[in-house]
Write a protein that binds this ligand. Structure first.
Ligand code: ATP
Ligand code: MG
Length: 226
């Protein structure tokens, strides 16, 4: 993943806000990067742009060697579905579906996906995340931390190459948070999954191989080892 002079301006009528300003960033395959920065510094915006969800940027974004700006919406949607897992800051679960249905939704859009296989992978992920017994609940019946884990399972369903997470441990108690961090470390180590995670949490940041600090839409040029 690479950005060149990436700028994102939100047009808010009278005041325009520059959520990202001239960001030059390279994330190599297999890196585990944590993004830190105060509220409003552009962290969620950065994830949305590099995840291909927000196309209103200026500058250049390259994903898996392809220039996002040159891709059609359909091609970008396919790339997202096949290679990117996204954990949103507010989870975005579908409330009328059960947990297991939520986790398998990413496979619904792929006609080649095998329903049985998706279901069995979803079940394994739920087990790994300590939610095996909640598969047939709806999100409304879950705690915030449980919902967050459902969102993580969903992001991992298609075995993405790049996992983008916005505060993935934000709602978790210490023990569950530690479990998620372990899972990320394992995926990073064993499957060379590239991870970019926004966080306020010291523990998650310590697990990363690199820390990136955002301040008012700019990347702090001093990069820090964790
Ligand atoms: N859709 C939008 N319309 C207008 N302004 C926006 C929009 N999304 C974000 N912004 C502005 O862009 C800036 C960066 O927002 P962003 O959500 O990326 O911050 P953040 O670092 O994720 O903050 P937090 O830690 O609170 O989640 C903020 O000033 C915000 O008000
Ligand atoms: Mg945010």
């Amino acid at each position: 993943m690479r950005t060149r002079a990436l700028t994102r301006v939100h047009d808010g009528g009278r005041d325009t806000r520059r959520a990202l300003a001239d960001v030059d960033l390279v994330v190599e395959e297999g890196e585990f990067v944590c993004v830190l920065g105060p509220s409003g510094s552009g962290k969620s915006t950065l994830l949305a742009v590099i995840g291909g969800l927000d196309r209103g940027y200026e500058g250049q974004v390259e994903l898996f060697g392809e220039d996002l700006g040159r891709m059609s919406d359909a091609a970008l949607a396919r790339l997202r579905g096949e290679r990117i897992g996204f954990v949103f800051q507010h989870f975005h679960l579908l409330h009328h579906l059960t947990v297991i249905e939520n986790v398998t939704t990413p496979a619904l859009f792929d006609p080649r996906a095998d329903e049985e296989a998706s279901r069995s992978r979803a079940t394994k992920l739920l087990e790994r995340l300590g939610l095996a017994d909640r598969a047939f609940d709806t999100p409304a019946e879950l705690s915030g931390g449980q919902r967050q884990r459902v969102a993580i399972a969903r992001a991992l369903l298609r075995e993405p190459r790049l996992l983008l997470c916005d505060e993935p441990t934000g709602n978790l108690d210490a023990e569950t948070g530690a479990r998620i961090i372990e899972l990320f470390e394992e995926l990073h180590r064993e499957e060379r999954l590239t991870i970019v995670a926004v966080t306020h949490e010291e523990r998650l940041a310590r697990a990363a191989t690199r820390i990136l600090r955002l301040h008012e839409g700019r990347v702090d040029t001093k990069e820090h080892a964790p």
